[in-house]
Design a binder for this molecule. Structure first.
Ligand SMILES: [Zn+2]
Length: 147
C-alpha cells in the first residue's frame, strides 16, 4: 500500500477548501442560521458548527472537535485514513507543486506532532488556542512562500 508523504498530506489538508469539500464534494447536509451556512456535524448530527478558511478546518462546538479535510472525509464517509486521503487526492487542483512546501512541512511535523494526520477514531481532544494560532501561522507561511 502506498504511503502518503508529509508533503502530500500537507497539501491534502490545505489545498482543498474545507467549505468546498463539505458542500460540493461530500454534500454534507447544511442549513443557514444567522446568515451563516452551518454543516451537519458527522459525529453528533447537530448544526452547531463553523469552518475557518484561514486554517482550513471545520469545527463542531458541541463535540469540541476540529476536523481537517482528511478527517472530514473519514467522518462523513466512515472510511479509514488511507482511502480517505486517496479520495481527496482525486479532487486536488492539477497545478499543485510539492516542492515549495517541503520546508514548511518539515517545521510543521517536527515542532508539533499533533499536526501529523491524526486519526478521527482518537478520542477528540479539546483543541487548544495555541493549535489554532500555529495553524494560522503555517497557513500564512505557506502563502508567503507561494509568492
Ligand atoms: Zn458534533
Amino acid at each position: 500500500m502506498k504511503r502518503f508523504s508529509k508533503e502530500e498530506l500537507f497539501i491534502l489538508r490545505n489545498k482543498i477548501e474545507i467549505n468546498k469539500l463539505i458542500h460540493e464534494i461530500l454534500k454534507v447536509p447544511s442549513k443557514v442560521s444567522n446568515g451563516c451556512i452551518r454543516f451537519r456535524c458527522p459525529a453528533c448530527f447537530n448544526y452547531n458548527t463553523s469552518t475557518k478558511s484561514d486554517t482550513n478546518l471545520a469545527r463542531c462546538f458541541l463535540c469540541e472537535m476540529n476536523l481537517n479535510t482528511i478527517e472530514m472525509v473519514m467522518a462523513v464517509k466512515k472510511t479509514d485514513f488511507y482511502p480517505s486521503a486517496q479520495f481527496l487526492q482525486s479532487y486536488l487542483p492539477s497545478n499543485i507543486s510539492y516542492n515549495h512546501v517541503n520546508s514548511i512541512v518539515e517545521k510543521e511535523t517536527n515542532s508539533n506532532p499533533k499536526f501529523q494526520a491524526s486519526s478521527y477514531k482518537q478520542k477528540p481532544k479539546k483543541p487548544s488556542r495555541i493549535d489554532f494560532i500555529c495553524n494560522l501561522v503555517y497557513t500564512r507561511l505557506f502563502e508567503m512562500k507561494k509568492k
